[in-house]
Design a protein around this ligand. Structure first.
Ligand SMILES: O=P(O)(O)OC[C@H]1O[C@@H](O)[C@H](O)[C@@H](O)[C@@H]1O
Length: 992
């Protein structure tokens, strides 16, 4: 591989921050040159409590170790703690790497590693393709070899201590995902891998500094409350600044940079942290972290709940708007961070529902970026997603991707149907046509690192604990349950089913014990009252069952509301005679996968809820409906009475599935699919969703701005009766405000005739009009209409009318619109199929007849055919307006003096492409290309010359209102510039 230094390293490597300069990292990590050798040590000694949540409840295998930090201070070499070993499994070299570690980064003196024992990781590998093999197989792509994984929470949680010391702990949850990051970063794959992740809520002991030294008090409080420039987002007209916080954690720049440096140089998983804060909370001296939990609220309160089919009560919407604004900005901050170091050819993989807007935000900044998205949670049916007020934005956000992955087929089907039903985008089973490109959808059930689980589950300590458990419950069958205490895990349903089982099958009383471990929820929306409710229901049921079926010497339910150590966890899974998972909605339940690995000898069947995403992959488990308690009870009995042969066969097949569909194969398949999809020649580059934040910032910076708006399908929706397409109050107000600003030149460039435009918009005297596709023009502040077609021979009109009349007679509901110059035949009230067919026929007839004798153009519009003189078109008008108004050399005080510094042109149909074409040609030679916004409206499959895309007239109206500052949007406009100021950090030349 050609030598190449990762871009972020180029920025940051040369001078290690905070006193580290001049001390080169030992064994420096040049990702472009060659991957650092795999580390083969692993610690499972004294791990954190091994609770792990995947999307759901899934206990995490032991925290891996070694942040890969090389000695940053002479004399302390973390490698001295770590034994490196290479092992082989079945002749193939096993690959080991580290994912996580608990480490302390002291303020200045290198690293202290609390780990003392290592274990080898015998990974089962995917065949390692080399980058040159991949490139050769995908000649149409220019793969850089870099993968960027964007994930909400960093693999570590951070504590910041007085004196500048950072403590890092393995974060609970998502072990399969985090293992996959470590795998991609290892030399088991050919990729250079970087994780981009939020720091998470930085913890701090009570003595940590809460305010920056010598800083005005405004920066120590929630800046959003004081600074209107720090709150909501452009697409949200009504968001209000976030609530006031009285204090925050102050982290000086040098300590921020030191942590960043260490994480970036973590060989096992190079990580670039995203610091989430409002603009005003971040100063050159450092950052104030205030109300850190706010960044997760929308995702966990609105998305998590809805995706798990839990709808909360509607509110007045204020809180949601604030949370949405935070969600939007959080996604923006991720986009900004990625754009800082992204290089063309990098593959970006965005993970989970926290970052659903990120794909589109990235696409807006770098249209050619290779973007994929993987949803780890379930995805709801369209009937449910409809309830989400921001459903459209969320779907559009994800559709910035080239590939979208789901855990199960039903989630992908729901997604496709949402795109069709909510956005109106055509879809088939493989993908969606969106924004002129194809977005592919696939199913990639996540796997676990089975080899690692196996190696941990069979160590001596675990075996000892397993023996203890077995002897405690000698003569009894053990049912194992381990769940997070939130409402979708179905713990109450499990207990009810167990109660029913004891009732239906008295022969098993005193012979079966349910060991149920519950751990606190990690999801914001489930904390507090909801968790208390579930907890008290669970306690109630436990008491009831034990009261009814227990005795002084034995309680059939052993409930442990606590975290288990990982050894205890694996011992429990090994000891189970039945694994019982009753979740009512669940993305992918990795506890069930770990249970299967722990039951490799085949004695304990798995009973699995059909509502878990895992059910689709584990066909050999005993599937149950947790709402059918008697059915579950019957399955428990079946599992206990099943013949050994049957049980062994079932478990054997499950085990081979889990070990072959493991974490390594999951991520490898997903990445392979990304470049297969990208290599598909049908995959045109999508027209990105209009970046309104950027547009707003350009608009505000410009002293002279030109606007060109099409009318039908752009400012108003297409309606059955053309005369009924009248402008809304809101758009009139916005247009008037824009036109009244002396810096603005606002034009409507339409196929409509003068009468119509005068009637509905003529009262805005500061606006210019071009009617009938450019045949007539009226300048701002003038009542005079110029007839550009005056000298033309209109003899063609009668011929066209004759043809149109013939088709009008044949197609019921069609009609002719006669304008002074152009003629239109409409079939929008006719049968659509007949209209389409006749229109094609009519088009041909006109082209072959009148079109050969006259200088006219026949244009297929939206359910219409139009004929107008060739020399006049909207593109010519656009050119003419630029020529008139763009006067860089004119005297500053002249009427049309100065250059056009911002141009916005919006249109929806074929005729508007002429304007886009003209403006594209002028962008560069005449106008500054980065300040010209050509925006097409509508049709998701549209191939357009415009650079940006908006879905429908409603979005145009929102955008115009944003620029005009109508309603209470002014405040939002203000805030956008600050909150999104870093949009300038775009990829150079990323725009067409
Ligand atoms: O150019 P616009 O504003 O999209 O209008 C296109 C056509 O839209 C139709 O709805 C009108 O009836 C036509 O008269 C018009 O030419």
């Amino acid at each position: 591989m050609a030598s190449r230094t990762a871009p972020h390293e180029q920025h940051h490597d040369s001078a290690p921050p905070n006193g580290l300069a001049g001390e080169p990292a030992a064994g420096g990590h040049d990702r472009g040159e060659r991957k650092a050798p795999s580390k083969l040590a692993f610690s499972n000694d004294n791990p954190p409590a091994s609770e792990d949540e995947y999307d759901d409840e899934s206990p995490r295998p032991p925290a891996s170790t070694d942040l890969g930090f090389e000695a940053v201070t002479p004399g302390i070499d973390p490698r001295s703690y770590l034994a490196k070993r290479t092992t082989t499994t079945s002749g193939a070299p096993s690959v080991s790497y580290f994912s996580r570690n608990d480490v302390t980064i002291p303020s200045r003196t290198g690293l202290r590693d609390p780990l003392s024992r290592q274990t080898t990781l015998p990974y089962k590998m995917e065949r390692r393709e080399s980058l040159s093999e991949i490139r050769a197989a995908n000649p149409d792509l220019s793969l850089s070899g870099n993968i960027i994984s964007a994930t909400f929470s960093a693999p570590h949680s951070f504590t910041y201590r007085t004196g500048g010391q950072w403590d890092l702990k393995s974060r609970r949850g998502q072990s399969a995902l985090i293992d996959s990051f470590a795998y991609l970063s290892s030399d088991a794959t050919p990729w250079n891998h970087t994780v981009v992740a939020w720091t998470g809520e930085v913890d701090h002991p009570s003595d940590a500094p809460l305010s920056p030294p010598e800083t005005p008090p405004t920066t120590t409080v929630g800046a959003s409350s004081l600074n209107p420039l720090s709150a909501p987002v452009p697409v949200d007209a009504t968001s209000k600044p976030a609530p006031v916080q009285s204090e925050g954690l102050w982290v000086p720049k040098k300590d921020q940079e030191r942590l960043e440096y260490e994480l970036r140089h973590d060989k096992s998983m190079p990580t670039i942290p995203v610091w989430l804060s409002d603009e005003a909370e971040s100063t050159p001296e450092g950052i104030t972290l205030t109300d850190q939990t706010r960044w997760r609220r929308y995702a966990e309160h609105d998305l998590y709940t809805l995706f798990h089919y839990k709808q909360h009560e509607p509110s007045d919407g204020r809180k949601e708007r604030v949370q949405w604004a935070d969600y939007y900005r959080m996604n923006q901050m991720f986009a900004n961070k990625i754009i800082e170091f992204y290089k063309p050819g990098d593959i970006v993989v965005v993970h989970d529902y926290y970052l659903m807007l990120l794909p589109s935000m990235l696409r807006q900044r770098a249209p050619g970026m290779y973007i994929s998205f993987f949803l780890h949670s379930p995805f709801p049916s369209s009937e449910f997603l409809r309830c989400l007020p921001r459903r459209k934005e969320v779907l559009q956000g994800v559709l910035g991707s080239n590939l979208i992955g789901f855990q199960s087929y039903s989630y992908s089907r729901h997604f496709l149907s949402c795109c069709t039903r909510i956005l109106g985008f055509p879809s088939d089973t493989l993908g969606i046509d969106a924004y002129g490109a194809r977005v592919q959808v696939g199913v990639f059930p996540i796997g676990i690192d089975a080899a690692k689980v196996e190696s941990f589950a069979w160590n001596d300590t675990v075996t000892e604990k397993y023996n203890t458990l077995k002897s405690m419950y000698e003569g009894k069958k053990i049912i194992v349950g381990r769940d997070r205490l939130d409402s979708v895990r179905g713990v109450a349903q499990k207990l009810q089913a167990f109660e029913r089982f004891l009732e239906l099958y008295p022969e098993w009383r005193e012979k079966v014990v349910l060991i149920q471990v519950t751990t606190p929820t990690l999801v914001e929306a489930e904390k507090g009252d909801p968790q208390k409710k579930v907890s008290s229901r669970v306690n109630e049921l436990v008491m009831k069952i034990n009261g009814q079926y227990g005795s002084l010497g034995f309680s059939p339910v052993q409930h442990y509301p606590q975290y288990l150590s990982q050894d205890e966890y694996f011992a429990l899974l090994r000891a189970g005679d039945i694994g019982l998972i009753t979740s009512v909605r669940d993305g992918m339940n990795t506890t069930s996968l770990e249970y299967i690995v722990c039951q490799k000898d085949g004695h304990g069947p798995l009973i699995l809820s059909e509502f878990s995403g895992t059910a689709g992959s584990l066909g050999d488990a005993l599937h149950i409906n947790p709402w059918d308690v008697s059915g579950v009870a019957e399955k428990i009995n079946l599992a206990l009475t099943m013949s050994d042969d049957k049980r062994m066969a079932m478990q054997g097949s499950l085990y081979s599935h889990v070990t072959s569909h493991n974490m390594q194969s999951w991520i490898s398949k997903f990445i392979r699919k990304v470049y297969t999809v990208l290599g598909d020649s049908n995959n045109a580059i999508a027209t990105p969703l209009c970046d309104r934040a950027l547009m707003l910032s350009r608009y505000r910076d410009a002293k002279k701005r030109l606007f060109m708006f099409d009318y039908d399908g752009t400012l108003t929706p297409i309606v059955q009766e053309p005369s009924a397409a009248i402008p809304s109050e809101r758009i009139i107000k916005s247009l008037r405000l824009l036109a009244d600003d002396p810096r603005n030149l606002v034009w409507i460039i339409s196929g409509r005739d003068q009468e119509f435009l005068k009637q509905h918009l003529g009262h805005i005297s500061a606006m210019g009009f071009s009617a009938e596709h450019g045949s007539f023009m009226k300048n701002p502040h003038s009542d005079e209409w110029e007839n550009l077609a005056e000298k033309l021979d209109m003899g063609w009109q009668q011929e066209v009318i004759d043809v149109f009349q013939n088709y009008t007679d044949r197609v019921q509901g069609s009609f002719i619109e006669r304008k002074r110059c152009a003629l239109t035949w409409h079939y929008r009230r006719a049968d659509p199929e007949l209209g389409e067919a006749m229109s094609r026929e009519c088009h041909k007839e006109l082209m072959e007849g009148v079109g050969t004798r006259w200088e006219v153009e026949v244009m297929a519009g939206k359910a219409n055919l139009e004929v107008r003189p060739t020399f006049i078109n909207k593109g010519e008008i656009a050119k003419r307006l630029v020529k008139t108004y763009h006067n860089p050399g004119a005297p500053a005080d002249g009427p049309d003096a100065g250059p056009i510094e911002f141009a916005l042109c919006m249109g929806d149909d074929f005729t508007d492409e002429d304007m886009f074409r003209s403006l594209n040609a002028l962008s560069g030679p005449v106008l500054d290309a980065d300040h010209v916004f050509t925006v097409t409206v509508g049709a998701s499959t549209k191939v357009t010359l415009a650079r940006w895309h908006l879905l429908e007239p409603e979005d145009v109206i929102e955008s115009v209102a944003l620029l005009a500052g109508t309603d209470d949007i002014q405040q939002v406009s203000e805030v956008n510039l600050a909150a999104l100021s870093s949009v300038e950090g775009r990829v150079p030349g990323a725009l067409h």
